[in-house]
Design a protein around this ligand. Sequence first.
Ligand code: AMP
Length: 284
Amino acid sequence: MRLLRDVEEWRAFADAQRAAHRRVALVPTMGALHAGHWSLFTTAKERGDVVIATSFVNPRQFDDQADLARYPHTPEVDRAAAETHGVDCLVEPSLVEMWPAYPDPTPTTVSVRALGDVLEGAARPGHFDGVASVVAKLLIVTGPCRVYFGEKDFQQLAVIRQMVHDLSFAVEVVGCAIVRDGDGLALSSRNAQLSDDARRRALVLSRAVARAGEAPTSASELRRVLRTTLASADVEVVYAEVVDPVTFAPSGDGDSGEARALVAAIVDGVRLIDNGPVLLKGDQ
Ligand code: AMP
Protein backbone atom coordinates (compact mmCIF):
# COMPACT_ATOMS: atom_id res chain seq x y z
CA MET A 1 0.00 0.00 0.00
CA ARG A 2 1.24 3.48 -0.88
CA LEU A 3 1.07 6.06 1.90
CA LEU A 4 0.94 9.62 0.58
CA ARG A 5 0.59 13.07 2.09
CA ASP A 6 1.37 15.31 -0.83
CA VAL A 7 -1.52 16.45 -3.00
CA GLU A 8 0.52 16.40 -6.23
CA GLU A 9 1.78 12.85 -5.58
CA TRP A 10 -1.79 11.76 -4.94
CA ARG A 11 -2.96 13.40 -8.19
CA ALA A 12 -0.08 11.72 -10.07
CA PHE A 13 -0.94 8.32 -8.54
CA ALA A 14 -4.56 8.58 -9.72
CA ASP A 15 -3.51 9.83 -13.18
CA ALA A 16 -1.08 6.90 -13.56
CA GLN A 17 -3.85 4.39 -12.74
CA ARG A 18 -6.14 5.81 -15.40
CA ALA A 19 -3.25 5.94 -17.89
CA ALA A 20 -2.84 2.19 -17.26
CA HIS A 21 -6.59 1.71 -17.95
CA ARG A 22 -7.43 0.97 -14.35
CA ARG A 23 -10.52 2.44 -12.70
CA VAL A 24 -9.93 4.57 -9.64
CA ALA A 25 -12.11 4.41 -6.51
CA LEU A 26 -12.03 7.14 -3.89
CA VAL A 27 -13.17 6.43 -0.33
CA PRO A 28 -13.12 9.61 1.76
CA THR A 29 -12.89 9.07 5.54
CA MET A 30 -12.00 10.97 8.66
CA GLY A 31 -9.91 8.08 9.99
CA ALA A 32 -10.57 6.13 13.21
CA LEU A 33 -11.43 3.33 10.81
CA HIS A 34 -13.91 0.57 11.68
CA ALA A 35 -15.80 -2.16 9.84
CA GLY A 36 -18.13 0.43 8.28
CA HIS A 37 -15.15 1.99 6.49
CA TRP A 38 -13.69 -1.42 5.67
CA SER A 39 -16.92 -2.37 3.88
CA LEU A 40 -16.47 0.60 1.54
CA PHE A 41 -12.87 -0.44 0.80
CA THR A 42 -13.78 -4.06 0.11
CA THR A 43 -16.82 -3.14 -2.02
CA ALA A 44 -14.59 -0.93 -4.18
CA LYS A 45 -11.93 -3.62 -4.34
CA GLU A 46 -14.44 -6.32 -5.30
CA ARG A 47 -15.55 -4.15 -8.20
CA GLY A 48 -11.98 -4.20 -9.47
CA ASP A 49 -11.12 -0.60 -8.70
CA VAL A 50 -7.74 0.72 -7.53
CA VAL A 51 -8.72 1.99 -4.11
CA ILE A 52 -7.56 5.37 -2.89
CA ALA A 53 -8.70 6.14 0.66
CA THR A 54 -8.27 9.53 2.24
CA SER A 55 -8.01 10.10 5.97
CA PHE A 56 -8.60 13.73 6.87
CA VAL A 57 -10.47 15.16 9.83
CA ASN A 58 -12.00 18.12 8.05
CA PRO A 59 -12.30 21.00 10.51
CA ARG A 60 -14.65 22.90 8.19
CA GLN A 61 -17.46 20.42 8.73
CA PHE A 62 -17.40 20.73 12.53
CA ASP A 63 -19.68 23.45 13.89
CA ASP A 64 -18.58 22.57 17.43
CA GLN A 65 -14.87 22.95 18.27
CA ALA A 66 -15.17 20.64 21.30
CA ASP A 67 -16.52 17.90 19.01
CA LEU A 68 -13.54 18.42 16.69
CA ALA A 69 -11.08 18.35 19.60
CA ARG A 70 -12.33 15.01 20.88
CA TYR A 71 -12.68 13.32 17.47
CA PRO A 72 -10.67 10.06 17.73
CA HIS A 73 -7.30 9.66 15.95
CA THR A 74 -5.80 6.20 15.41
CA PRO A 75 -3.42 6.70 12.47
CA GLU A 76 -1.20 3.69 13.00
CA VAL A 77 -4.05 1.24 13.47
CA ASP A 78 -5.78 2.85 10.46
CA ARG A 79 -2.79 2.29 8.18
CA ALA A 80 -2.68 -1.42 9.02
CA ALA A 81 -6.46 -1.79 8.65
CA ALA A 82 -6.50 0.05 5.31
CA GLU A 83 -3.83 -2.26 3.94
CA THR A 84 -5.62 -5.39 5.22
CA HIS A 85 -8.93 -4.31 3.68
CA GLY A 86 -7.73 -3.65 0.15
CA VAL A 87 -6.67 -0.01 0.07
CA ASP A 88 -3.99 0.53 -2.58
CA CYS A 89 -3.14 4.08 -1.63
CA LEU A 90 -3.89 5.80 1.68
CA VAL A 91 -3.67 9.58 1.59
CA GLU A 92 -3.24 11.56 4.78
CA PRO A 93 -3.29 15.12 3.47
CA SER A 94 -2.02 17.91 5.68
CA LEU A 95 -4.29 20.66 6.93
CA VAL A 96 -2.21 23.31 5.19
CA GLU A 97 -2.54 21.61 1.80
CA MET A 98 -6.24 21.01 2.21
CA TRP A 99 -7.14 24.44 3.61
CA PRO A 100 -4.24 26.84 3.08
CA ALA A 101 -5.96 29.74 4.86
CA TYR A 102 -6.96 27.74 7.97
CA PRO A 103 -7.88 28.80 10.68
CA ASP A 104 -9.06 31.78 8.66
CA PRO A 105 -12.12 31.02 6.54
CA THR A 106 -11.32 29.59 3.12
CA PRO A 107 -12.68 32.02 0.50
CA THR A 108 -14.06 29.25 -1.73
CA THR A 109 -17.05 27.26 -0.52
CA VAL A 110 -19.34 24.74 -2.21
CA SER A 111 -22.90 24.95 -0.90
CA VAL A 112 -25.72 22.57 -1.71
CA ARG A 113 -28.80 24.55 -0.81
CA ALA A 114 -32.13 23.06 0.36
CA LEU A 115 -30.83 19.50 0.79
CA GLY A 116 -27.93 20.81 2.85
CA ASP A 117 -30.09 23.12 4.98
CA VAL A 118 -32.45 20.63 6.64
CA LEU A 119 -32.02 18.00 9.41
CA GLU A 120 -28.23 17.65 9.94
CA GLY A 121 -27.75 20.96 8.09
CA ALA A 122 -30.24 22.78 10.32
CA ALA A 123 -28.82 21.25 13.50
CA ARG A 124 -25.19 21.89 12.49
CA PRO A 125 -25.01 25.20 10.58
CA GLY A 126 -22.30 25.13 7.92
CA HIS A 127 -21.76 21.37 8.25
CA PHE A 128 -22.68 20.44 4.69
CA ASP A 129 -20.81 23.44 3.24
CA GLY A 130 -17.74 21.95 4.91
CA VAL A 131 -18.55 18.46 3.63
CA ALA A 132 -19.30 19.55 0.05
CA SER A 133 -16.22 21.79 -0.07
CA VAL A 134 -13.83 19.09 1.13
CA VAL A 135 -15.34 16.37 -1.07
CA ALA A 136 -15.18 18.69 -4.09
CA LYS A 137 -11.47 19.17 -3.42
CA LEU A 138 -10.86 15.44 -2.91
CA LEU A 139 -12.64 14.70 -6.19
CA ILE A 140 -10.81 17.40 -8.13
CA VAL A 141 -7.43 16.09 -6.97
CA THR A 142 -8.39 12.45 -7.60
CA GLY A 143 -9.98 13.09 -11.00
CA PRO A 144 -12.50 10.81 -12.75
CA CYS A 145 -13.40 7.98 -10.37
CA ARG A 146 -16.08 6.14 -8.49
CA VAL A 147 -16.56 7.63 -5.05
CA TYR A 148 -17.91 5.44 -2.26
CA PHE A 149 -20.05 6.71 0.63
CA GLY A 150 -21.95 4.92 3.38
CA GLU A 151 -25.71 5.19 3.79
CA LYS A 152 -24.92 5.68 7.48
CA ASP A 153 -24.61 9.37 6.53
CA PHE A 154 -27.65 9.27 4.28
CA GLN A 155 -28.06 13.03 3.94
CA GLN A 156 -24.35 13.44 3.16
CA LEU A 157 -24.74 10.88 0.36
CA ALA A 158 -27.69 12.87 -1.05
CA VAL A 159 -25.76 16.16 -0.83
CA ILE A 160 -22.78 14.65 -2.68
CA ARG A 161 -25.00 13.14 -5.39
CA GLN A 162 -26.58 16.56 -5.92
CA MET A 163 -23.20 18.32 -6.06
CA VAL A 164 -21.75 15.77 -8.51
CA HIS A 165 -24.84 16.14 -10.71
CA ASP A 166 -25.00 19.95 -10.59
CA LEU A 167 -21.27 20.54 -11.15
CA SER A 168 -20.78 17.73 -13.73
CA PHE A 169 -17.97 15.96 -11.89
CA ALA A 170 -16.69 12.96 -13.91
CA VAL A 171 -17.60 10.78 -10.99
CA GLU A 172 -19.98 7.91 -10.21
CA VAL A 173 -21.32 8.05 -6.66
CA VAL A 174 -21.78 4.62 -5.02
CA GLY A 175 -23.85 4.29 -1.83
CA CYS A 176 -23.09 1.34 0.50
CA ALA A 177 -25.31 -0.25 3.16
CA ILE A 178 -24.97 0.60 6.86
CA VAL A 179 -22.74 -1.77 8.84
CA ARG A 180 -24.08 -2.45 12.34
CA ASP A 181 -22.90 -4.20 15.46
CA GLY A 182 -24.71 -7.43 16.37
CA ASP A 183 -27.06 -5.49 18.67
CA GLY A 184 -28.06 -3.08 15.87
CA LEU A 185 -25.96 -0.04 16.76
CA ALA A 186 -24.66 1.56 13.54
CA LEU A 187 -20.87 1.56 13.61
CA SER A 188 -19.42 5.04 14.06
CA SER A 189 -16.04 6.44 15.04
CA ARG A 190 -17.93 8.30 17.75
CA ASN A 191 -19.11 5.06 19.43
CA ALA A 192 -15.66 4.85 21.06
CA GLN A 193 -16.67 7.87 23.17
CA LEU A 194 -19.68 6.06 24.69
CA SER A 195 -19.60 4.58 28.20
CA ASP A 196 -21.19 1.12 28.54
CA ASP A 197 -24.34 2.73 29.90
CA ALA A 198 -24.51 5.36 27.14
CA ARG A 199 -23.93 2.68 24.50
CA ARG A 200 -26.88 0.69 25.86
CA ARG A 201 -29.11 3.80 25.69
CA ALA A 202 -27.80 4.59 22.19
CA LEU A 203 -29.43 1.41 20.90
CA VAL A 204 -32.72 3.29 20.92
CA LEU A 205 -31.72 4.99 17.63
CA SER A 206 -31.46 1.76 15.64
CA ARG A 207 -34.53 0.39 17.43
CA ALA A 208 -36.58 3.45 16.38
CA VAL A 209 -35.47 3.17 12.75
CA ALA A 210 -36.10 -0.59 12.69
CA ARG A 211 -39.59 -0.20 14.17
CA ALA A 212 -40.49 2.47 11.64
CA GLY A 213 -39.36 0.13 8.87
CA GLU A 214 -41.51 -2.78 10.04
CA ALA A 215 -44.83 -2.06 8.29
CA PRO A 216 -46.14 0.43 5.72
CA THR A 217 -48.16 3.23 7.33
CA SER A 218 -48.70 6.99 7.10
CA ALA A 219 -45.87 9.53 7.51
CA SER A 220 -47.39 10.94 10.70
CA GLU A 221 -47.73 7.46 12.21
CA LEU A 222 -44.09 6.75 11.34
CA ARG A 223 -43.01 10.00 13.03
CA ARG A 224 -45.01 8.98 16.09
CA VAL A 225 -43.29 5.56 16.14
CA LEU A 226 -39.86 7.21 15.88
CA ARG A 227 -40.58 9.75 18.63
CA THR A 228 -42.20 7.37 21.10
CA THR A 229 -39.40 4.84 20.66
CA LEU A 230 -36.70 7.50 21.16
CA ALA A 231 -38.57 8.81 24.22
CA SER A 232 -38.24 5.37 25.86
CA ALA A 233 -34.53 5.96 26.61
CA ASP A 234 -32.64 8.79 28.27
CA VAL A 235 -31.27 10.48 25.14
CA GLU A 236 -31.59 14.05 23.85
CA VAL A 237 -33.45 13.86 20.54
CA VAL A 238 -32.22 16.32 17.87
CA TYR A 239 -34.64 15.22 15.14
CA ALA A 240 -36.79 12.28 14.09
CA GLU A 241 -38.10 12.73 10.56
CA VAL A 242 -39.54 10.95 7.55
CA VAL A 243 -38.51 12.46 4.23
CA ASP A 244 -38.35 11.86 0.51
CA PRO A 245 -35.06 9.93 0.03
CA VAL A 246 -33.89 12.17 -2.84
CA THR A 247 -35.21 15.68 -2.16
CA PHE A 248 -35.44 15.38 1.64
CA ALA A 249 -38.84 17.10 1.52
CA PRO A 250 -40.85 16.02 4.60
CA SER A 251 -43.23 13.19 3.71
CA GLY A 252 -46.94 13.97 3.97
CA ASP A 253 -49.87 11.76 4.87
CA GLY A 254 -51.00 11.63 1.24
CA ASP A 255 -47.64 10.22 0.12
CA SER A 256 -47.02 6.57 -0.63
CA GLY A 257 -44.00 4.51 -1.60
CA GLU A 258 -40.41 4.62 -0.39
CA ALA A 259 -39.23 7.20 2.11
CA ARG A 260 -36.42 7.47 4.64
CA ALA A 261 -36.61 7.69 8.42
CA LEU A 262 -33.72 9.67 9.91
CA VAL A 263 -32.93 10.23 13.58
CA ALA A 264 -30.27 12.11 15.51
CA ALA A 265 -29.76 12.17 19.26
CA ILE A 266 -27.15 13.21 21.78
CA VAL A 267 -26.25 10.50 24.26
CA ASP A 268 -24.11 11.77 27.15
CA GLY A 269 -22.66 14.50 24.92
CA VAL A 270 -22.01 12.17 21.97
CA ARG A 271 -23.94 13.01 18.81
CA LEU A 272 -25.26 9.93 16.99
CA ILE A 273 -27.31 9.49 13.82
CA ASP A 274 -29.11 6.60 12.17
CA ASN A 275 -31.56 6.04 9.34
CA GLY A 276 -33.38 3.38 7.41
CA PRO A 277 -35.90 2.79 4.63
CA VAL A 278 -39.63 3.05 5.36
CA LEU A 279 -42.71 2.46 3.25
CA LEU A 280 -45.52 4.99 3.21
CA LYS A 281 -49.11 3.95 2.82
CA GLY A 282 -51.03 7.03 1.67
CA ASP A 283 -54.48 8.04 2.99
CA GLN A 284 -57.06 5.47 1.95
P1 AMP B 1 -16.39 9.15 8.39
O1 AMP B 1 -14.98 8.70 8.60
O2 AMP B 1 -17.26 9.02 9.59
O3 AMP B 1 -16.48 10.51 7.73
O4 AMP B 1 -17.00 8.13 7.34
C1 AMP B 1 -16.37 7.88 6.11
C2 AMP B 1 -17.32 7.10 5.24
O5 AMP B 1 -17.63 5.86 5.89
C3 AMP B 1 -18.64 7.82 5.00
O6 AMP B 1 -19.05 7.60 3.65
C4 AMP B 1 -19.57 7.14 5.96
O7 AMP B 1 -20.93 7.18 5.57
C5 AMP B 1 -19.04 5.72 5.94
N1 AMP B 1 -19.45 5.01 7.13
C6 AMP B 1 -19.22 5.37 8.42
N2 AMP B 1 -19.82 4.49 9.25
C7 AMP B 1 -20.43 3.57 8.48
C8 AMP B 1 -21.22 2.40 8.74
N3 AMP B 1 -21.52 2.02 9.98
N4 AMP B 1 -21.68 1.69 7.70
C9 AMP B 1 -21.40 2.08 6.42
N5 AMP B 1 -20.67 3.16 6.11
C10 AMP B 1 -20.19 3.88 7.12
